[in-house]
Ligand binder design. Structure first.
Ligand code: GLC
Length: 443
């Protein structure tokens, strides 16, 4: 049963989260999307009462792995006693991320701020007793990092929500319009509070799959947000009214066609902290997939799940720290770049400087020795391994004087200059990149 539920939900997530934001014309949002496009890396933070027992965030009671009451008892154990927003912001900054997205409320309905709504929140209902959002957002902003707020539209703890899970009571909207109206007033007011109190740079909605755009009043949500802050960015989970698409956990193999996209991904298998989940991705794996995302013109929103007391598990700290070191060394190849050259010219991810006169090649694992590029028409002015000053030589092979087809370029990469995770070559070209992608014939 659970498997079927998860399967159906995955299909829905896949369909909805990868569908283009057909309602919003890309031209109309281009300017405000610039910082996001340049940012490349964001840190996602799933923090909530689910960290107390270390169970699936909200889904554990939805899927009946734990009774609702037992799940909610975690309110009593959520202390945030070692929460150190300065340390969190330092770590996020060190990772090289340019923004962070923090859960303000997951599907369980527990707000991490002192909401005016008559509903659960950590200030009123947990020993934490304080607003957990404001201090982090202020630390992030001190470091010039952008602030994002995750907000679940669905709320499985509300009596007026139709897909009510506590005791499996459900109702049909058409049978109880007043009840649904009451829920709508509630969630609109919470979004309004977030907007007024924190003025986020990015609103990250979740859970739109349980209703359509009319039922969610997506247009109203979007307009209210943009009235307060016309530059606010809205993710693609508002039933067609967001600004970018959000594939989740599944790394795209081909370049997504929509202008802006962001892959959200966990460091182990879960969003929130779970004692039993030790399936940590290694820094090397994260860096490899990050290069792939950036090469395809996207952002990575990498998740951490702090413990109930606010400490960040050491495996997650390590990934962020190592990623940060790598980012620092390879900054030019990653931040402010655009998607690289089409596949086929080089066997690996690539990026380009905005003026496309620098081409960056990302070398898988411990690749050394001669690497090859096909169909590059430009002359290469200089080649460097990022992090080192020495220039590398290259050789052009198979160039025929009477043919416009460029030869193969071979670059010998010395093994002693390899990065422990991923080596990046910088090729300075004689002008904007020019490629030959033909079949080798005359037409
Ligand atoms: C899903 C899940 C949720 C998680 C989110 C992160 O939609 O419902 O648990 O917070 O993805 O992208």
């Amino acid at each position: 049963m659970r498997v079927i539920q998860i399967f159906v939900i995955s299909i829905l997530l896949f369909r909805l989260h990868t569908s283009a934001q057909e309602k919003i014309a890309p031209e109309s949002i281009k300017e405000k999307m610039q910082w996001f496009q340049d940012a490349k890396l964001g840190i996602f933070i799933h923090w909530g009462i689910y960290a107390v027992k270390g169970v699936d965030e909200s889904w554990s009671f939805y899927n009946k792995l734990i009774p609702y009451n037992e799940y909610m008892q975690q309110l009593e154990g959520f202390t945030a006693s070692k929460y150190n927003p300065t340390d969190w912001a330092d770590l996020i900054q060190q990772s090289g991320a340019k923004y962070a997205v923090m859960t303000t409320k997951h599907h369980d309905g527990v707000a991490l701020w002192n909401t005016n709504a008559d509903h659960y929140n950590v200030v009123r209902n947990t020993p934490a007793k304080k607003d957990l959002l404001a201090p982090l957002f202020s630390e992030l902003r001190k470091r010039q990092l952008k602030v994002g707020t995750y907000f679940s539209l669905i709320d499985w703890s509300r009596n007026d929500y139709d897909q009510f899970k506590k005791d499996s009571t459900r109702y049909k909207l058409k049978d109880q319009p007043a009840r649904w109206e009451s829920f709508r007033r509630f969630f609109q007011s919470q979004i309004q509070e977030i907007s007024t109190l924190y003025n986020p740079d990015l609103f990250w909605f979740d859970g739109d799959w349980e209703h359509n755009a009319d039922e969610w009043e997506s247009v109203k949500v979007r307009n209210n947000i943009l009235t307060r802050n016309p530059n606010a960015i809205i993710n693609g989970r508002l039933a067609g009214y967001g600004d970018y698409v959000t594939p989740e956990q599944n790394i795209p193999v081909s370049k997504p066609s929509y202008n802006w996209w962001e892959l959200c991904m966990t460091i182990n298998n879960n969003w929130g902290f779970q004692y039993r989940d030790t399936n940590w991705k290694k820094p090397n794996e994260i860096i490899t997939l990050f290069a792939d995302v950036v090469g395809n013109g996207g952002n990575l929103l990498l998740d951490i799940g702090p413990k109930e007391d606010g400490t960040i598990p050491k495996e997650q700290r390590e990934v962020l720290t190592e990623l940060g070191k790598w980012n620092k060394k390879h900054e030019r190849a990653v931040f402010g770049t655009v998607a690289g050259i089409p596949k086929g010219h080089f066997y690996g991810p690539t990026t380009l400087s905005k003026d496309s006169t620098s081409l960056y090649l990302f070398l898988q694992a411990q690749t050394s020795g001669p690497i090859m590029i096909k169909g590059l028409v430009n002359k290469i002015k200089d080649i460097k391994v990022l992090g080192s000053e020495a220039s590398l030589a290259h050789k052009v092979v198979g160039k025929i004087s009477w043919s416009p087809v460029p030869g193969l370029i071979f670059i010998d990469v010395p093994s002693k200059q390899l990065d422990p995770y991923m080596t990046v070559l910088e090729l300075k070209l004689d002008g904007p990149v020019k490629l030959y992608a033909g079949h080798g014939g005359f037409n």
